[in-house]
Design a protein around this ligand. Structure first.
Ligand SMILES: [Zn+2]
Length: 430
C-alpha cells in the first residue's frame, strides 16, 4: 500500500514538474562553437594560454548546466611539453611576403630560425624519397633549401635524411598539426602552395620564432549527473576541446569542426541529462579533455587517473568532428563492438536519422582509445558530409560548420543510452 502510494506520488510529481520536453538545443551548440572558435581563444592551445581560457569557459558552462563536479572547478591538471610559435612568423619568397596558414605552414617541430636560403629544385615527377639522392647532392646543401614535389610522400612530415632544410610544394590543403619536440637548430621544413613558389624562385628567407615549453600545465574537465537507478555504474561522454593554437601572432586555427563541435555536443548532452534526471539511469559523466592534438594526452591522463572507478563504466561515446552528417555517421570501433553498432543501426533505421551508418574497425585515432585500452567498451562518432571538409586549417570556422544532422546525432545518442540498460554488457569481438 505504502509502496503504491510512493509510486503514484512519483508519477504525479513527474507530471506536475513536467516541463516542455527539453531535447537538443541547436542554438546553444552554435553559441558554444562560436565562443570556442573565436579569436579570443587563440585556437585553444598554448598561445596566450588559449586552452586555459577555453577550460575556464567550459568549466562555467558545466556549472550552468548543473553538473556535479568531481574536483574543484571540474578540472584535472596534468602537464605536457609542446613546441609553440607565439611570435615571429615571416616567410619571404624572392622578396614577397607569404601569408601564414594560407600560403604555407611550417613544420610544427621547427626551432627558431632566421636565415635565407638558395633553392635547389627537384624534378616535379619525383615520388620516392630514395630518388631524392639521385638528383641532389645532399652533402652540399649548406645554406640551401631543397624543393620537394608534392608526390614524394611524407617528405614534409618525416623529413629526408641528410636534408637539413626543405620545402614541399602542395596543391592547396594547407593543413597543420602540433609537435612535442623540436628539430635540430638550423633545420627547416615547410609546406608551400605550389602557385606561391614559381619554378624560377631563387631565394627564400625565414624569420620564425618558436619555443619548446617543457611540462606546461593542461586541464581536463569532467562533471556528472548522478544515476537515478544505478548510480554506481557510469556512462561516459567525451570530446577534446583543444586545437592547434596559432602559427605566429596573426594566424590562428579556429577548430570549429575539430573539435568545438564535439565539445558543444557533450555540453548539450550534459544539459539534457541534468534537466531530465530520470533519463540518467546510470551516472552520466561528461568529460572534456585537452592534449588530443599532441597525441591523446588528456584522455590518456584521464583514463589513467579517473575520478571514479573506470571498471564500473558501461560505455564511452567520443565525439570528434560532428558538425556535418549529410552523408552519414561513422562509428569507429563499431566492428569491435558489433552489438553496440547493431543498436545504433536499428535506431538509425527506425528513426531515419542518417542516410547510412558506417562501422569502423579498431583505431586509436581519437579520445575513445585510452578508455578502450583500459577495457571499457568505447566508440568514436564522427559525421560525414562534403558540406564542411576543412581539416586542421585556418578555414575551420564557426560560419563554415552547418551542423547538418545535429538533431539526428542527438537522437541516436540519447536513444542508444536509453536502451543501454536493456542490453547485455558489450563485449569485444574476438
Ligand atoms: Zn585534430
Amino acid at each position: 500500500m505504502k509502496k503504491t502510494y510512493i509510486y503514484i506520488s512519483i508519477l504525479l510529481f513527474g507530471v506536475l514538474s513536467l516541463k516542455p520536453a527539453a531535447a537538443q538545443d541547436r542554438a546553444y551548440v552554435n553559441k558554444v562553437v562560436k565562443q570556442l572558435s573565436s579569436p579570443k581563444m587563440h585556437g585553444r592551445a598554448s598561445f596566450k594560454n588559449g586552452d586555459h581560457i577555453a577550460a575556464k569557459y567550459l568549466s562555467k558552462e558545466m556549472k550552468k548546466a548543473g553538473l556535479t563536479a568531481f574536483s574543484p572547478d571540474y578540472m584535472q591538471e596534468y602537464n605536457y611539453t609542446i613546441n609553440t610559435f607565439s611570435s615571429k612568423m615571416d616567410v619571404m619568397v624572392d622578396g614577397n611576403r607569404l601569408v601564414p596558414g594560407e600560403d604555407y605552414v611550417v613544420s610544427p617541430s621547427m626551432a627558431s630560425l632566421k636565415q635565407s636560403y638558395q633553392l635547389v629544385w627537384l624534378p616535379d615527377t619525383l615520388t620516392q624519397v630514395r630518388s631524392v639522392y639521385r638528383f641532389a647532392d645532399t652533402t652540399a646543401l649548406a645554406g640551401k633549401m631543397l624543393v620537394v614535389p608534392e608526390g614524394v610522400r611524407n617528405a614534409y612530415r618525416s623529413g629526408i635524411k641528410g636534408v637539413p632544410a626543405m620545402i614541399q610544394t602542395v596543391d592547396g590543403n594547407m593543413w597543420w598539426h602540433v609537435s612535442r619536440q623540436q628539430l635540430e637548430t638550423g633545420n627547416a621544413a615547410l609546406k608551400i602552395k605550389k602557385e606561391k613558389l614559381p619554378q624560377n624562385t631563387k631565394t627564400i628567407s625565414l624569420d620564425v620564432e618558436s619555443k619548446l615549453i617543457i611540462e606546461r600545465p593542461a586541464y581536463n574537465l569532467s562533471g556528472f549527473v548522478r544515476g537515478s537507478v544505478e548510480p554506481d555504474s557510469f556512462m561516459i561522454f567525451v570530446a577534446h576541446y583543444d586545437h592547434l593554437g596559432r602559427m605566429g601572432r596573426k594566424t590562428y586555427f579556429p577548430g570549429a569542426s575539430d573539435n568545438a563541435s564535439g565539445s558543444a555536443a557533450v555540453l548539450d548532452l550534459a544539459r539534457y541529462y541534468a534537466t531530465n534526471k530520470e533519463k540518467a539511469y546510470y551516472t552520466m559523466v561528461f568529460v572534456l579533455v585537452s592534449g588530443e592534438e599532441a597525441g591523446l594526452l588528456g584522455s590518456r591522463y584521464f583514463a589513467e587517473n579517473p575520478p571514479f572507478p573506470l571498471e564500473k563504466a558501461k560505455f564511452v561515446i567520443n565525439f570528434d568532428m560532428v558538425g556535418t552528417g549529410s552523408e552519414g555517421l561513422s562509428v569507429v570501433n563499431g566492428k569491435v563492438f558489433p552489438e553496440a553498432f547493431a543498436l545504433f543501426d536499428v535506431l538509425n533505421i527506425k528513426n531515419n536519422f542518417f542516410p547510412n551508418l558506417r562501422a569502423g574497425g579498431e583505431s586509436c585515432n581519437s579520445d575513445h582509445c585510452p578508455f578502450y585500452e583500459k577495457g571499457v567498451p568505447a566508440v568514436f562518432l564522427f559525421t560525414r558530409g562534403k558540406e564542411n571538409q576543412h581539416y586542421h586549417n585556418i578555414y575551420d570556422t564557426h560560419s563554415q560548420l552547418p551542423f547538418t544532422a545535429y538533431e539526428q546525432l542527438f537522437g541516436i545518442v540519447t536513444g542508444f543510452v536509453d536502451e543501454l540498460k536493456n542490453m547485455p554488457f558489450f563485449k569485444k569481438e574476438l
